[in-house]
Design a protein around this ligand. Sequence first.
Ligand code: NAD
Length: 481
Amino acid sequence: MSTDYKQPIEAKLFINGEFVDASDKKRFPLKSPWTHEVVAYVAEASINDTNAAVSAAKAAQPAWARLSPKQRGEYMKKFASLLREHGEELAHLEALSMGRPISGYVDHLLAANRFDYYAEAGYTALGQSSLNTPGHLNVTLRQPFGVVAAIIPWNVPLVAFSGKVGPALAAGNTVILKSSEKAPLTSIKVAEYIVQAGFPPGVVNILSGHGQISGAALASHMDVRALSFTGSTRTGRLIQEAAAKSNLKNLIFELGGKSPAVIFEDADLEKAVPATSHSIQWNSGQVCMANSRIYVQRSIAPAFMAAFKESFGNVHLGDPTDPATTHGPLADAAQADSVTRYLEMGKKSGQLLLGGDFEPQTFTAMPTIFINTTEDSKVLKEEIFGPVVHINVFDTEEEALEKANASEYGLYAAVYTRDIGRALRFAIGLESGTVGVNCTSPATGFDMPFGGYKGSGVGREGIRESLDAFLEKKTVMLKID
Ligand code: NAD
């Protein structure tokens, strides 16, 4: 990848169609996790900036909602094609900010596909009619909330951006998106495409900065009527509290995970091994749905572990801007500290089979496998968000299901077996928003709901679910005289 991109980048806020500094001029340095050099100075949105973005969105919303779905869709189509054109630059920005290898970067395409879908989907926002109340024709109307907010994490920024901004706009809302302080560069870059696509000022506003300031201000803002959040369960709790204490805004939460994969002795190991090792290796394991717990049946445990170790360890470590790299650094110093603490804990509650090392010069954690970890240990209960997997052994189906479900998380679970009865029992029994049968994360369906059981989320995202979540439902009673 070329190094021609001018650095450090000056990342501003995007409010009411203008790129502006923070009102108090505050900004923070963003360092590459690989080189530790400052790659950008990023505007830190203040409470005043947050209020200004909400006011701009509020002023723009009635005219935006009056457009037909087709008219709103025209802007979204142009935006989608600009995303498609700029994949290389967007990949580079993600590599600089949070160390995501540019190899295999497809987030701009996933985002463009979503915007293309939502460019047409406004027409599916339909209500019901009923003649079941004597003397009445009753109907429901689907209407936008008004101003909505989106708060996104750093690991797949444009995927989260498109999954929230696309449906919010199609539904006729205007939006304030707050990017993550660890990966703000693609969100503010695509604000340029928002301008080029011709969106009216105020329809999309983009804030950067830390969650405790602008994120918290959005969560408690009285004019924000719905908020879609992707991030940690810890932050989800804070947002829920802020919403409860302010205007009880509608919330959609996509939170953390500790996803299990269960491998039975009749599984096709040639498929199960590469899929489960890719799941926890991709993006250095910094993926909400990565299978971070694997339960393997005793008779095949030695063979599975040997093959998994070979597959998981077979990575090309390096500079995330190098196209040959498949395993980059952790996102930043805080993420590195957290993962190294879990590595030390893991050595005490299980046996190390692979890795366990951390390279402080480049914040790189090696692919790590622990085996025979105590079931109630912290490392098996908490989300590590790194390339760290725990492989434990089981004997019976009942034991496997119980262990897989022994988590406060429930985002994605996988089962590998050739026994159809067992596959169905697990599909029903696993406490998880998505179950993969002979497949695992990140395999998902474009038209399938996505979200979490238990502490992994509230509500669901998905092409239909997200549009629905951004629409109010009103009953209109029409009396027939
Ligand atoms: P995080 O919770 O630390 O931050 C997420 C966002 O919330 C950031 O923009 C942050 O600035 C903001 N924030 C922080 N404090 C806030 C507050 N008090 N009020 C409002 N906003 C606040 O999470 P992260 O470290 O960015 O992302 C990693 C987490 O996200 C992991 O737990 C991962 O599993 C989860 N995740 C879930 C999904 C999913 O679809 N379920 C997808 C990706 C990531």
